[in-house]
Design a protein around this ligand. Structure first.
Ligand code: SF4
Length: 324
């Protein structure tokens, strides 16, 4: 089995972007360094993914961390096909008309998690605006299949916004994932150009809803920087996230996948990322991950353990204060 990101046919994957002018991609700075995909465990992960006919966002989005993550058997499964019904200008996932849902996919994901012996798994999806429930039941079935095959595995989901349909969102919350992750991606001013099919406050309301219905579920949300946002706008997003009681924020550098995608306006330096991390910590998030290569599922397993610890410490501190 081979892995070659160059095999992805860019024109076929993004037909709606072919009318865009070419935007020069420029050279990446030195601090954006990644290991080339290789190694025994990397190949084992690839074999499992291929033999069970699974899709991963690691491949579909051309994630720069694939060499490191797959070598640690950490991959993020992408369910409901490889074709997304939206066309965000930052995203490398193929867009167009998706196929029918594969009813056996939840079971295959359950088998893969079991075979790979994963302690923590992240499941994301394409946006399926063509489905009446935007794919909520498919998420419910996938969570059920993982729990059935691997009851000890903790589950993190990273779905779309279900078009704000609260019944669909509530069904997924009742399936009780351990982490409900949904990315705001960018600041509200840039939504019309970067995330035209989404709405900033709809995404925030979704995350708030998770906490309202089941406060035991951790919530997590991510931002990509480098699209032209300002530090003040990021601070406002952080405040909005805290107002929605979001536990964990991830912030990473946007990298332009092809010349037809939104251009990188700024490469935030490692020092600037440290500044963003300090700002987020000061605003009271339980966990913060802010580095150029941070992605919402990067180091998700280790981060989940730390997240749980951080909450236990916070609860213990509250109990001590109450007892005094
Ligand atoms: S960071 Fe996430 S998407 Fe990227 S390779 Fe790792 S698991 Fe996959």
């Amino acid at each position: 089995m081979t892995y070659d990101p160059k095999l992805l046919d860019k024109a076929k994957r993004h037909p709606e972007k072919q009318k865009n002018p070419d935007r020069p991609m420029g050279k990446k700075p030195d601090w954006i360094r990644v290991r080339a995909p290789q190694g025994k465990v990397f190949k084992e992960t690839l074999d499992t993914v291929r033999s069970l006919k699974l899709t991963t966002v690691c491949e579909e989005a051309g994630c720069p961390n694939i060499g490191e993550c797959w070598e640690k058997k950490h991959s993020t499964f992408m369910i409901m096909g490889e074709v997304c019904t939206r066309a965000c200008s930052f995203c490398n996932v193929a867009t167009g008309k998706p196929k029918e849902l594969d009813q056996y996919e939840p079971l295959r994901v359950g088998v893969a998690v079991h075979e790979m012996g994963l302690k923590h798994v992240v499941v994301t999806s394409v946006d399926r605006d063509d489905l009446a429930d935007s794919g909520a039941q498919h998420f419910v079935k996938t969570i059920g299949a993982i729990r059935f095959k691997s009851p000890e595995t903790t589950i993190e989901i990273l779905p779309g916004d279900f078009r704000g349909d609260m019944d669909a969102i509530d069904a997924v919350i009742r399936a009780k994932p351990d982490v409900f992750n949904h990315n705001l991606e960018t600041v509200p001013r840039l939504y019309p150009t970067i995330r035209p099919g989404a709405r900033y406050f709809r995404s925030l309301r979704l995350l708030q809803r998770v906490k309202d219905v089941d406060p035991s579920i951790f919530t997590k949300s991510g931002l990509m920087v480098g699209l032209g946002e300002t530090k003040e706008e990021i601070a406002q997003v952080m405040d909005d996230m805290r107002a929605a009681d979001i536990d964990f924020i991830t912030i990473g550098q946007y990298l332009q996948p092809t010349a037809k995608h939104a251009p990188v306006m700024h490469f935030w330096t490692p020092e600037e990322f440290e500044g963003l991390e300090r700002m987020a910590r000061a605003k009271g998030f339980l966990m913060v991950s802010a580095t150029p290569l941070t992605r919402s599922s990067y180091h998700a397993g280790e981060d989940f353990a730390r997240l749980r610890e951080a909450r236990n410490e916070k609860l213990a501190a509250k109990t001590v204060v109450a007892a005094e």
